[in-house]
Design a protein around this ligand. Sequence first.
Ligand SMILES: [Zn+2]
Length: 508
Amino acid sequence: MKKGKIRGFLSLAAFVLVVLISAGAKAEEINPAKKDVLEWLSKQDVIERFGKISDAIWSYAELGLQEFNSSKLLADTLEEEGFSVERGLAGMPTCFVATFGSGKPVIGFLGEYDALPMLSQKGRVPVKDPVIEGAPGHGCGHNTMCTAASCAAIALKKAMEKHGLQGTIKVFGSPAEETLISRPYMIRAGLFNDVDVVIDNHSGSTLATGYGKGGNAMYSTIFSFKGKTAHGAAAWGGRSALDAVEIMNIATNYLREHLLYTYRMHYVIVEGGEAPNVVPDRASVWYYIRNSDDRLENMYKRVIDCAKAGALAAGVELDEVRVIGAIHQRHANKHLAEMIQQNIELVGMPEWSPEEHAFAKALQKELGAEEKGMPSEVGKLRPPNERFVGGGSSDVGDVTLVAPTATLLFPGQVPGDISHHWSSVACNYGSTAWKGLNAGAKVIASTAVDLLVFPGKLAEVRKEFEEYSKEHPYKSFLPPDAQPPLDLNEELMKKWRKLMEEHYINIK
Ligand SMILES: [Zn+2]
């Protein structure tokens, strides 16, 4: 107890010193509400409390729309802290919004908690070593992300109450980001209607932000074909649905040559028969079709043509074109990113222990990456890449078109680790993840304080957004009749959950 208290005092003293000297800021320049937010978030018990929540979600490793334990833990935590929580929103049982305060401005924090399939890995073990071979794992750090947003919201609530700050905070518990599902539905349900500004976050190996257009828009679609079974050795009586899938894939691979380099396209065959001696009458292929906002729909039409061609050639029916998700590129707000950047420089990179550097170097060695340990410098404000946007996608894109939004990247992962890979799962657990999400929460809460305390800054953010919206009005890529695919990961989680329960990390 005594030791803990002394350590707590020392870390508080160290923090005050950091505040005094960091980024040339003088103590008197820091707003009292921000000072309180940072002091509360620097307490060792707060770091541990939210670190343990993150580790628990890491151990649940629930796939998109199956995040029942993860979303409940976060929603319960916010409710216990006096937020009013609405659950099961926008047709998704694991979607929630936690609200505190009233009136304008309304500040939204985004938070994710879904895992990825096949990535199970022991925490802080620098070689591939699954907890359960083939089970899901947190290979993108989403266990830390809604945790950081919730932690920031609770810190902000305390400061708002103490300093009488007017406004509303909303934490948007957003399921299934990995499959790019929830945000267009949340927007369609009106959850962002009254929101003035949104601070998004993502785990990474740096403390940084940026602005402008980035990533790719995307359709995630399952194409299903229906044929006729027959004996494999007397197949002239049958019509193979798998043939249609294969012909479609050949057609889309020829299509690549005639797409501008902004595109990405990949697929997995999710259903293709069960034995070679039965001609499959059902087959399905799941595509991710990515391009810039202005090129996506045209590319999508051409992929549908490839599916039709496959069906025609194989003599089967294109039975279903099921849109799993459809999202926009990200359009991050520059004024908001600049506000976040100021707070990044104020908060600074966490201090890493010798053990944390050693783990990082061991992992870097294993991956053949530069053995430089954990990062020491925060990032510079990133401008958009004018020559190339593309690569990955996030359904945060749709949010950026309905409210001014910017994304904070916070550290915790090892530089050189590989996203959507066991190495990322290894570092999203334990002490570096705890420190990283804590630094993230500090920047998020500090930026929110600035938005509440300086209405002029929020007005600049809003003005930029209103101007941008004239050129980029929001229209969802989702078909009007699309519904959240609640069944998508049901079977997989049914298979793994029982085995994984034995390894759950309990909070209490
Ligand atoms: Zn991610």
